[in-house]
Design a protein around this ligand. Sequence first.
Ligand code: PMP
Length: 421
Amino acid sequence: SNLETFFSQLLGNSKDIPPEYYNFSLYPDYRKLIEQIQGMKDIGAFNPYFTMHDGLNNHITVINGQEFINYSSYNYIGLSGDPRVSAFAQEAISHFGTSVSASRIVSGERPLHRKLETELAKFIGTEDCIVYVGGHSTNVTTIGHLFGEDDLIIHDALIHNSALEGCKLSGAKRISFPHNNWEELDRILQERRHKYKRVLLVIEGIYSMDGDIPDLPKFIEIKKHHKTFLMVDEAHSIGVLGEHGRGIGEYFGINPADVDLWMGTLSKSFASCGGYIAGCKALVEYLKYSAPGFVYSVGMSPPNAAAALAAINVLKSERERVKCLYQRSKLFLELASQKGLNTGMSRNTPIVPVILGNSQQCIQLSQLLFEQGINVRPIIYPAVPDKEARLRFFITSTHTEEQIRFTVNTVAEKLTQTKAY
Ligand code: PMP
């Protein structure tokens, strides 16, 4: 019968489907990953991933019961673990529970959300602000939602993965320009601006692999000239740059209204979890009623909203944290330069890479430093090209000068023992 033919065709067809199409343990990319991990074991290298930490993640961390000087934390101004921040988060739990249990647009709205958004907008100098539950998802959903097939997104070559994923989701044409090269960006726009409706330029406040800062005033000039939108990801620059820690806008003394989308995360200086977009009222209102990652997602949890709010308040009253972070970062960089270490493009920001010859040397050096009580994570291929493998040091305001001196001396000394690679 027809039905039998239909079923036998169905069965016949499914017999030919190779198992890697429906079995994750045979997934080709998974097999490749397992081989790489095995490869590391075979050469006796330790696996630098998923190290288990205990306690706070600031300038000190505890691994297997042992204390390390720590350079793998975004706790830039030491506010995660600050008793005032923790107390306010605990208070929020007592009053509102641990989850708001609904999207804010339905019944998840709590006073903490609006207070946090208002404080962030005031801090950055914009009309309004929207907070999302994740920093990564803030970029994905905002870029993915605001732009479409008729639009063009041009971003710095070193932009973070979250912005790239947002570009993909949007379906817009995507082009990257060489790192920090605004002349090249200008040239691309000269040639292509007229072919698209909306154009978005995406840059970062401090680049997360290299610790350098773009020439923001130049990008503003270009965006005005070509009538585009400009987005700045301040994940690593909010709470870090500028006299009050208000970010790259304050650092250059520009008018905050000249950047259309100020994006940032709450997971670094603000001691919490989540992300924000600050900008004009129209933008924020539109996103609040329509961005999928906001509308179809739960509202930020009470302790997370409270922690970020308390962190902003502490930062505002203790500006010296920002100053101290700058001084420690500058000291690290100066000492590293004196020792002849290759710190790439880093410019007195709390991200200092020490660039090495290859991934193996990088893993080996991080292991030797670990044995000396220094925890720093290697960034290796494929995250960066093999010849640019690096140890990435995150400095915090709570590192002591002594810890920094000891660290740089130890790096220089141990590096000589890895030269054979
Ligand atoms: N943007 C940049 C530049 C980042 O470095 C990161 C994460 N480190 C994010 C966005 C995502 O932020 P989160 O970790 O808070 O999700």
